[in-house]
Design a protein around this ligand. Structure first.
Ligand code: C5P
Length: 224
């Protein structure tokens, strides 16, 4: 059996990370949530009051950031670490979501993250989800999936997830944030979100988690 690279790209809150994680579990592959890396960088910028319009300040700040994924025995998933601190919960905060797309549009930020992502995939046997994984990070990946879902379904799913942690959140806030991120992510200058020409579309608006996994596993087995 040969190890391959599987990429999942798509709009915000399409369930990419969950599917990517389940797929990696089934195949015994490494799973990487690339969005968590951009979120951790954003958290660092916010906490340290880095003005990201100042490119020298950005370059300098990036030299102080070390990112890693560490396995959590209690949850069975890998948590995002920023300079040896577990920031998994913090990076899901609305404050980070509000600024992450502006931060990840910066060329230096992308180069910093992409170099580490490519290194993680050097030995293949990896499933990575994000926005530019099939187009810029692993343009030669063996299996590329572009995940989409009806915007109303995405807002509903994300709202439920955030509401569980913060009952003050409103559906409008969630909708505005998703629309804003999708707009910035799709229109930025450097590696904007778009479907790779050789990616297969998976519209999961009406699919259960199990159905999506089955479809993706079938596609993977055709390539392995
Ligand atoms: O995947 P998630 O929604 O957590 O990603 C958060 C943000 O990080 C996205 O809205 C996008 O701005 C950025 N991102 C990116 N490239 C990736 C993954 C995420 O620019 N490969």
């Amino acid at each position: 059996k040969k190890a391959i690279i599987i990429t999942l790209d798509g709009y915000s809150s399409c369930g990419k990370s969950t599917l990517a994680r389940q797929l990696a579990n089934k195949l015994n592959y490494v799973f990487i949530d690339s969005g968590a890396m951009y979120r951790a960088i954003t958290l660092y910028f916010l906490r340290n009051h880095i003005n990201w319009e100042d490119l020298d300040a950005v370059k300098n700040a990036l030299t102080e950031i070390s990112l890693s994924f560490q396995y959590n025995e209690h949850t069975g998933i890998s948590d995002m670490y920023l300079n040896d601190e577990n920031v998994e919960a913090l990076i899901r905060d609305m404050l980070v979501s509000e600024h992450v797309s502006a931060v990840s549009a910066l060329k230096d930020v992308r180069e910093f993250a992409v170099a580490q992502q490519q290194e993680m995939g050097r030995k293949k046997g990896i499933v990575m989800d994000g926005r530019d994984i099939g187009t810029a990070v692993f343009p030669r990946a063996e299996l590329k999936i572009f995940v989409t879902a009806d915007p109303a379904v995405r807002v509903e799913r994300r709202f439920k997830e955030l509401y569980a942690k913060n009952p003050n959140i409103t559906i409008e806030e969630v909708r505005n944030n998703l629309e804003m991120r999708d707009y910035i992510d799709s229109n930025r200058e450097f590696s904007p979100l778009r479907k790779a020409d050789d990616a297969i579309i998976l519209d999961n608006s009406n699919l259960t988690r199990e159905e999506q996994l089955r479809i993706a596993l079938d596609w993977a087995h055709e390539k392995i």
